[in-house]
Design a protein around this ligand. Structure first.
Ligand SMILES: C[S@@+](CC[C@H](N)C(=O)[O-])C[C@H]1O[C@@H](n2cnc3c(N)ncnc32)[C@H](O)[C@@H]1O
Length: 241
């Protein structure tokens, strides 16, 4: 059988948001890996798995300090070696990741390195519920309708990336990786007239969680695990500003 490496999305944090398929695939895997910042630290995805399927053992792959490119590269290479060793031993290997494995996930970086070393590897993914869907669900109002659009942006390099999507009044804007830029993001939204309806979801499903109007949290940076949802510029459902 071809070596198979499967990225499994386990949702943003709430164990109730892990799909039945994810649990089944993890139970059927011979080996399950999960990312962590240090070998003695429980990773977020690992902690979700331990709540929904305590019998599944998650082995930690250490991914060093995210902002240090050299350390990150070395950590990915070492992790790929570990995965390849298991695939070469005919194991079915899964890797758990927050949210969905096809959206801003380490999984595909790792899978690419695995495929370089073992080109016969088949890469599969199991979709997961994403953080912004959890925030949208808690707003208590629909996010998109009719011809409205959704822009999902990463603000890791700063809030300037918001200018183009915010100019589209008929679009919802979801901002990922912008925790440390929250005050500047709020400022940008205010200038675009879009701050009032924006919601911040921080550490969803995890200790320290908060889901609040962004204007109430605009004064300070938030955690890395923070997502902002800006609905389209309508005042009421079915109506427009
Ligand atoms: C590397 S990306 C991972 C995205 C993930 N694969 C997904 O599909 O949601 C990290 C970003 O996802 C968002 N995120 C993931 N989990 C979250 C959580 N529990 N609470 C709030 N935001 C979260 C944040 O915007 C964070 O900066």
């Amino acid at each position: 059988m071809a070596p198979t490496f499967i990225g499994v999305g386990v949702g943003p944090g709430d164990p109730g948001l892990v799909t039945l398929k994810a649990v089944a695939v993890l139970r059927a895997a011979d080996r399950v890996f999960g990312p962590t910042m240090a070998s003695d630290a429980v990773g977020r995805a690992e902690s979700i798995v331990s709540q929904v399927a305590p019998e599944v053992r998650v082995e930690r792959l250490v991914f060093a300090i995210l902002r240090d490119e050299a350390a990150r590269g070395a950590a990915h290479e070492a992790a790929a070696e570990q995965v390849v060793a298991c695939l070469e031993a005919d194991e079915r290997v899964a890797f758990v990741t927050l949210g969905d494995p096809n959206v801003y996930s380490t999984f595909h970086h790792l899978a690419a390195l695995v495929c370089q070393r073992l080109p016969a590897t088949v890469v599969e993914t199991v979709p997961g519920i994403m953080a912004f869907q959890d925030v949208a669900a808690r707003r208590g109002a629909p996010l998109l309708d009719g011809s409205e659009r959704l822009h999902l942006v990463s603000a890791v390099d700063g809030p300037e990336v918001l200018d183009v999507p915010l100019a589209d009044a008929d679009a919802a804007v979801v901002i990922y990786k912008g925790g440390r830029h929250v005050p500047a993001i709020a400022d940008r939204l205010e200038r675009a007239g879009r701050l009032d309806d924006a919601v911040l979801g921080e550490l969803l499903g995890l200790p320290g969680e908060r889901v609040v109007p962004l204007k109430e949290a605009a004064g300070d940076p938030a955690a890395y695990l923070a997502s902002v949802v800006v609905p389209p510029g309508r005042t009421t459902w079915g109506g427009r500003r």
